[in-house]
Write a protein that binds this ligand. Structure first.
Ligand SMILES: Cc1ncc(COP(=O)(O)O)c(C=O)c1O
Length: 384
């Protein structure tokens, strides 16, 4: 059978790392997982209980394509609670994870050949999904001084029909403040380009609250998910917020591409939005883990790091130790039994010299992982 050329996307390297870690575990080794970008916690108890009840009482068939009306209303309410933004539920579209949201948004907003500016390092699937839709990701190397976030001056001389940002970002955990975010939205709007804001890590923030693009303009596409803050990665439910005039096009695409996001997951997601105490407890763990990482990574020899504003990642410059982060991550897995992600996933140009450490798991794992990393680096003579 033939294959398409647009479908020939790169693998998600972290998945390969996960597979190598799994093989090590199968061989009887105990591995600390600092590679995975997902909470170790389940969906909130109230979400699981509510769904258990619904499974007894409701056939859980298709929902309408835009999502359960009660869930769309509750998501709109969240914008009031978190950002003091008054959002019409009619602008909220429930999607199969934010990944499903990307496919819908990119297809609805762009034509084949359109160019979308992205900052590198960044979440790798943006460029792979774009490529598979015959879109052209324009990856711009961001500056360390800008905390690896896109700046309007990065776009000088570049032609584009869209700009996409993430704040807090994966892999760096850095955020765009209101002014820098506003400047990028202005740049897009001045060109008649679409502005897309991936806000999947909102809620997981430490020193200050993340700014939503919707606090600045209504003429943006916001992408979010229940995967991270709500601890529901495997449930595959997320959402988009779009200007009213764009909703019908997305609805038609959603009807045809997905029919709907999983009904059961939508029921659970709606209940999860009222799990305040449990979600606060998860945040307390991330906060402590972040403190341990910021303190412990430099002691373990990974001292070229910046404290993350949000999410649960630390992005470390290891270019003084290696130019092959993939091999280095493999050596760490084999030598320390700690799984970490090579930066090449996020930045094909500079990522040979970077690693991403995730601290989404338990605090006990973080303590053990840092200890193992320190011993590994000492044995190799990288620290004394
Ligand atoms: C920045 C970012 N956006 C989107 C996703 C995809 O999330 P999901 O499809 O589970 O909502 C991820 C997953 O790690 C991510 O890091």
């Amino acid at each position: 059978m033939r294959n398409s050329s647009r479908g020939a996307v790169d693998p998600f390297i972290v998945m390969d790392v996960m597979e190598a870690a799994r093989q090590a575990e199968e061989a009887g080794h105990h591995v600390i997982h600092m590679e995975v970008g997902q909470p170790g916690t389940p969906a909130p108890a109230i979400a699981r209980d509510t769904l258990a009840r619904a499974m007894r009482e409701d056939p859980l068939g298709y929902t309408v394509a835009l999502g359960l009306p009660a869930l769309r209303r509750r998501i709109a309410q969240l914008y009031g609670e978190w950002y003091n933004v008054d959002l019409d539920p009619a602008r909220v579209i429930v999607t199969p994870g934010s990944s499903g949201g990307f496919i819908l948004a990119f297809t609805a907003l762009f034509d084949a050949g359109d160019r979308i500016a992205l900052g590198a390092p960044g979440y790798p699937s943006y460029r792979q999904i774009m490529k598979s839709l015959d879109l052209v990701p324009i990856e711009v190397q961001t500056r360390a001084e800008a905390r690896y976030q896109l700046e309007p001056s990065d776009l000088d001389g570049i032609d584009y029909q869209g700009i996409m940002v993430a704040s807090p970002a994966n892999p760096t955990g850095t955020m765009l403040g209101k002014d820098p975010l506003g400047a990028l939205i202005d740049a897009a709007q001045a060109k008649g380009a679409a502005f897309l804001s991936d806000e999947i890590y909102h809620g997981i923030e430490y020193e200050q609250k993340a700014v939503s693009a919707l606090q600045i303009s209504d003429d943006v596409c916001v992408i979010n998910s229940f995967s991270k803050y709500f601890s529901m990665t495997g449930w595959r439910v997320g959402w988009l917020v779009l200007p009213e005039r764009n909703v019908r096009q997305v609805e038609r695409l959603a009807q045809n591409m997905f029919i709907c996001a999983p009904h059961a997951a939508q029921v659970a997601a709606l209940a999860a939005m009222d799990a305040g105490d449990e979600l606060d407890a998860n945040m307390a763990v991330y906060r402590e883990n972040r403190r341990l990482m910021i303190e412990g990574l430099p002691k373990a020899g990974f001292d070229r790091i910046a404290p993350p504003d949000g999410a649960f990642y630390v992005y470390a410059d290891v270019s003084h130790l290696t130019d092959d982060s993939r091999a280095f991550a493999r050596a760490i897995l084999d030598g320390a039994r700690v799984a970490v992600t090579p930066g090449l996933d996020f930045d094909p140009v500079r990522g040979g010299g970077t690693l991403r450490f995730s601290y989404a798991r338990s605090t006990g794992d973080i303590i053990e992982g840092l200890d193992r990393l320190g011993r590994f680096m000492r044995d190799r003579g990288h620290i004394v």
